[in-house]
Design a binder for this molecule. Structure first.
Ligand code: NAD
Ligand code: ZN
Length: 544
């Protein structure tokens, strides 16, 4: 459901003029005479038949009295259409010109989803009959390509801004500039919180006392370069609002999942079958601007607000490089597949694409957050016979059973290294291990708990920048393999649609990862849930 009012520019809303709305038969209607009645509004639609030719659907008219407007503005159910007014013909079009006059700033005209087709909006001066502007608009879920009425303009919208490290985000009115070359502006419908957001939001600054007189304000305890104000968020689902110059693969209305690591499709990495680390668009946590011109697209009172991971999805609108957007099946529910845009695909791919356990094998998963549980799901899908979950938080264990985890180890319960405990449980070590904690000690344990001769350990967690991984070289000589992965080795544009398909075919369940839901205004609660270890994924609904 959407309103014509949403499609109009602020200029249109304040003008005292007629708004003509025409569905899908612009050519004949363009020549139509301006409407005469000031309040009647008629919508003509036509849809494409299976043979490819157009046929007209009945014309419907909605009439909204001014008194109903206030209610209409917040209404969630379509208004009952008034009786059909189809009749007459002009310029070869069998329908009436499908337009009427509407004082836009006083009326809200609702178009229900089944009526969503290409819509043409013509603004006509009611006294002179002169056409002031004419452009294509469209509904949010429309399937037909058209340029949004907001294309090319700055969009004021709400965003959750992190002004300082570790301080609650503040919902602010920000301005989002139009997309430049190879960029896309996306209306975010849902976003969720991944630990990587929390980690860079925390960005605790620290004072390093050095010998004698020297005190250095270091970047931070994690070796980050804190960048604020910043809009975080990288796990999301949205709809393309407008595209910049040179964008060919996406058009307005496409459903997309933003991804923190991109795929330019042209560099050596993108051309390699073995890599998903694009030379141009690989993850860069320090960059807070667009790659094209080095500027931010977000601002408040003329001051820039920095981007995060090229995605910044904690905003109603965001601008993203086309290479960081995977186009997905429009029938996929965005409030579910949202979580496939980072954590779940990462964990799943880490197991299926990198660790590649054989049927009947034993797999250890370190960290039973959403990423780790998705890795466990991958092990279950691959037919592992034992899946050993390792976590410091025992409250994770019960829920992890739903993800196929068969045994649990809490390192705190043992007075020797957890790798020794696991080696004992598995007669020398697991066949595969996947680390999803971000803790470097857990990374070392994950490597050292794999069986010699064939064991493969995969690191997924994002460590502190200054962390050092240490192990005895003999552990490698004994034919263990250590690997790491971003985004589960999926190439985002090429492969993510197939992960969405897995969900659509019910081969992958994503619902069980979504443990909490909050409206956008309560986004800070999502941080609390994650920090307390209560949530797997908290879905943030941007429209609430
Ligand atoms: P999460 O906070 O929900 O889960 C992490 C789990 O690890 C928690 O249950 C925690 O108790 C456990 N843990 C922490 N230290 C541990 C230790 N020493 N031993 C055992 N368990 C320990 O986080 P998440 O969203 O599931 O993300 C997991 C990690 O994956 C994070 O580091 C995140 O930054 C990273 N990540 C990496 C990629 C990638 O592409 N490589 C993508 C997304 C997330
Ligand atoms: Zn590339």
């Amino acid at each position: 459901m959407w309103t014509i009012a949403e499609q109009l520019s602020s200029d249109d809303r304040t003008r005292d003029c007629c708004i003509t709305v025409v569905f899908s038969h612009a050519i004949s209607c363009e020549k139509a005479a301006p409407p005469s009645s000031p309040v009647r509004f008629t919508v003509a639609t036509r849809s494409q038949s299976s043979s490819g030719s157009f046929h007209h659907r009945p014309v419907r008219a909605w009439r909204h009295e001014a008194a109903r407007d206030a209610a209409a503005a917040s209404a969630t159910t379509p208004h009952t259409p008034a009786k059909c007014t189809a009749s007459g013909a002009n310029d070869g079009c069998p329908l009436p010109h499908g337009s009427s006059c509407w004082n836009s700033h006083r009326k809200a005209i609702y178009i229900s989803e089944e009526e969503e087709e290409e819509v043409f909006i013509t603004v006509i001066n009611s006294s002179s009959s002169e056409v002031i502007s004419r452009r294509r608009g469209r509904g949010a879920a429309s399937t037909t390509a058209a340029m949004a009425s907001t294309a090319g303009s700055i969009i004021p919208c709400k965003a959750a801004v992190a002004w300082e490290a570790g301080k609650p985000l503040v919902i602010e009115q920000v301005e989002v500039a139009p997309p430049k070359a190879m960029e896309v502006r996306v209306k975010i419908k849902y976003t969720s919180l991944c630990h990587t957001d929390v980690y860079f939001w925390e960005a605790k600054a620290c004072l390093l006392p050095l010998p004698r007189y020297l005190i250095i304000l270091c970047t931070d305890s994690a070796g980050q370069t804190p960048l604020f104000p910043r809009i975080f968020g990288h796990e999301a689902a949205g709809i393309v609002e407008s595209v910049g110059e040179g964008v060919k693969d996406l058009e307005v209305g496409d459903h997309v999942l933003p991804v923190f690591t991109g795929e330019c499709k042209e560099c050596a990495q993108c051309k390699s079958q073995e890599s998903n680390i694009c030379d141009l668009l690989r993850i860069n946590t320090d960059r807070g601007v667009m790659i094209g011109d080095g500027n931010a697209r977000f601002s408040k009172n003329g001051n820039p607000i920095y981007h995060f991971l090229g995605t910044s999805t904690f905003s109603e609108y965001t601008v993203i490089h086309v290479g960081c957007l995977a186009k997905i099946d429009k029938s996929a529910p965005l409030d579910k597949v949202c979580v496939l845009s980072c954590g779940i695909s990462t964990g799943l791919g880490a197991t299926l694409n990198v660790a590649k356990p054989k049927r009947g094998s034993t797999v250890a998963i370190f960290g039973l957050g959403a990423v780790g549980l998705a890795a466990a799901e991958g092990a279950r899908i691959a037919g592992a016979s034992r899946i050993i979950g390792v976590d410091l938080n025992p409250s994770r264990f019960e829920g992890a059973k739903k993800f196929g985890v068969t045994e649990f180890v809490n390192p705190k319960d043992h007075d020797r290294p957890v790798q020794e405990v696991i080696a004992e449980m598995t007669n020398g070590g697991v066949d595969r291990s996947v680390e999803c904690t971000g803790n470097v000690k857990a990374m070392m344990s994950a490597f050292e708990c794999v069986h010699d001769g064939w064991g493969v350990a995969v690191l997924v967690g994002v460590p502190n920048k200054d962390d050092m991984f240490m192990t005895k070289p003999v552990n490698l000589l004994n034919e263990r393999t250590l690997r790491g992965t971003f985004f589960g080795n999926y190439k985002p544009r090429t492969d993510l649609p197939s992960v969405v398909d897995m969900y659509m075919k019910k081969q992958l369940e994503v619902e069980k990862f979504i443990t909490h839901r909050v409206p956008f205004s309560d986004i800070n609660k999502a941080f609390d849930y994650m920090l307390k270890g209560e949530s797997l994924r908290c879905l943030v609904s941007m429209d609430e």
